[in-house]
Design a protein. Structure first.
Length: 163
């Protein structure tokens, strides 16, 4: 029982895809903030379904007021941003149904949001969703996925290792 008190925190984690869809290298995202990695390293998924799930075991840090993005802190301390679509902040929440609150504990595959992909596309917005490691000064991404298609909550997009 005491050995669990002194158990070293695991500093590595696998990040699963938060969406079902086509994997897109971050450099190919049609938004310079993401493609030039101004916010950090990561990958993107062009969704083919509306379900958005937690990519990590951890905690919801921030559900953006405009509902287009959710940040999470993985149990290993890595901070992840799931940014649903591009320029979708302008929709002011329309097309997004959030299922979690700030401070909620989540496991990989838990439902975070429903993202009405068709509605957002119909309004002229791109639905490609960057998944960004926000604290890259403390973590490295390895084993980045080159899969063409991924399923939400099951396929690993990348591995996160503490520096």
């Amino acid at each position: 029982m005491l050995k669990n008190l002194f158990k070293k925190k695991d500093t590595n984690a696998d990040l699963v895809s938060p969406l079902t869809g086509k994997v897109v290298p971050l450099e190919e995202v049609p938004d310079q903030v993401f493609s030039q990695k101004m916010m950090g390293e990561g990958i993107a998924v062009d969704p083919t379904s509306n379900l958005v799930v937690s990519p990590v075991d951890g905690e919801v840090v921030d559900v953006f007021k405009t509902k287009h993005a959710i940040s999470l802190r993985a149990d290993n301390g890595a901070e992840i941003l799931v940014h649903m679509g591009l320029e979708t902040v302008e929709l002011n929440g329309e097309g997004f149904e959030i299922k979690v609150n700030n401070g909620d504990k989540v496991k990989k595959g838990d439902n975070l949001a429903d993202f009405d992909v068709e509605s957002v596309k119909a309004k002229g917005y791109k639905t490609i969703t960057p998944i960004i490691l926000m604290n890259g000064e403390d973590y490295n991404l390895t084993n980045i996925s080159f899969a063409e298609e991924v399923k939400a909550g099951s396929e690993i997009l990348f591995h996160i290792e503490a520096k």
